[in-house]
Design a protein around this ligand. Structure first.
Ligand SMILES: [Zn+2]
Length: 403
């Protein structure tokens, strides 16, 4: 059996000029932390599952970064890594629908282009009892919410995915007023990030792969689910001010998620995170992660802004040599001061990410009926895939978990 998932065809480069959205300028969590999180998550698993996953720690670590490698290669990838929650209001964001379909309905609509080429924008204005009310300027059109939902599921979403006009018969049946020309579905939600929804989808896909007993797909999806869960734990992946560009703190994104773990994870972090938990409600679980992350955004920004006042600029950025090149990066002393000011926040989020990744893998396996990894699957999952990564089993202060 060919063990290498098709995603080994890493789609690097080629579409760097994609126009969809401005992504954060650095890989999320840095490659270092993503790899480390997946590797450590293996040790949170119970033995029945660990027997297949542990020998694959190298693979799961290496492929933890595949989603970042392809984020400029496909139009749909970038928005999966973040959600600009503050674009939609304030904590606890009760207005923001927790299901992706509802979210797109909430900020979506229809563009009707008449035969003269003029466009009329229809958008969902209000949901009143069981009626959805769409408006366009002074005009309004209402229909049962259930019909509007069905319209999205059966007509608008397929057209959206295929980037084509809607088949107008389905609109005429609902007495939609503008069906003379072409009608296009509109999604004004996704461009601001879809991370918590993508996590739910990915969770289902991994469950299905366990049901199917498809070893290649289990490994590929597990590695990538670990990536998105890691992203969800990063506060700056939940805000429009993702790189401090709105508060004159450019570079804070990589400072938090790359520089700090690279400096301190090996020496200071406690890798004992406890065993994986069962996730009974994935939607709620993943939403809670991004809401917790978002609650930390203010602290991330204000602590660093204060330090900028205390440290002269030559004590903020230092020159270091890396791979024979001199690079400017945050000075160790400055980084340590920020880490201290945040009271170990980065370590906390890192540890929470490790446990959440293990919990997700474990829960998908449970939801698949706890399939006994049959001999063939164990053999395949247990067959190490060689690579040159240095092994880094958890050797934190409290030792290993789940022996
Ligand atoms: Zn990412």
């Amino acid at each position: 059996m060919n063990l290498l998932p098709s995603l080994l065809i890493v789609l690097l480069g080629g579409a760097a000029g994609a126009t969809f959205c401005e992504p954060p300028p650095s890989p999320s969590w840095g490659f270092f932390a993503h790899r480390r999180i997946n590797r450590l998550a293996v040790y949170t698993l119970p033995p029945e599952l660990g027997v297949g996953f542990r020998p694959q720690a190298d693979y799961l670590a290496e492929h933890a970064v595949d989603p970042d490698k392809r984020r400029y290669a496909t139009e749909h990838e970038a928005v999966r890594h973040y959600i600009d929650l503050d674009h939609w209001g304030e904590l606890p964001f009760d207005d923001v629908p927790r299901s992706y379909l509802d979210a797109r309905m909430w900020r979506g609509g229809l563009d009707a282009v008449d035969t003269a080429g003029d466009t009329t924008h229809w958008r969902l204005d209000t949901v009143l009892f069981d009626q959805a009310i769409l408006t366009s300027g002074e005009r309004s059109f209402d229909l049962p919410l259930a019909d509007y939902r069905n319209l999205w599921t059966n007509t608008l979403l397929p057209a959206l995915y295929e980037e084509r006009a809607v088949v107008v018969d389905s609109l005429r049946r609902l007495d939609f007023p503008d069906t003379v020309g072409a009608v296009y579905p509109v999604d004004h939600f996704s461009e601001h990030g879809i991370l918590p929804y993508h996590l739910q989808r990915h969770h289902r896909q991994l469950t299905d792969a366990f049901v199917a007993g498809d070893a290649d797909r289990i490994l590929q999806l597990a590695a990538e689910l670990g990536h998105y869960i890691g992203d969800a734990h990063v506060p700056l992946h939940t805000t429009e001010n993702y790189n401090g560009q709105l508060t004159n703190q450019l570079g804070i994104h990589a400072f938090w998620e790359s520089r700090l773990p690279e400096l301190f994870a090996d020496t200071d972090y406690d890798y004992f995170v406890g065993p994986a938990d069962y996730i009974s409600d994935p939607a709620e679980y993943y939403w809670n992660i991004v809401l917790e992350s978002h609650a930390l955004v203010d602290s991330v920004l204000t602590t660093e802004a204060r330090l900028r006042q205390r440290f002269s600029s030559d004590r903020q950025l230092c020159v270091e040599e890396r791979l024979g090149r001199e690079v400017r990066t945050q000075c160790r002393e400055y980084a340590a001061a920020w880490s201290q000011a945040m009271h170990g926040m980065v370590e906390d989020r890192f540890r929470a990410a490790v446990r959440a990744v293990g919990s997700a893998w474990y829960s998908c396996w449970v939801d698949a009926g706890q399939p006994v990894l049959n001999e063939e699957l164990v053999r395949v999952l247990s067959q190490p895939i060689g690579n040159d990564l240095a092994p880094a089993a958890p050797t934190g202060r409290s030792g290993r978990t789940h022996e």
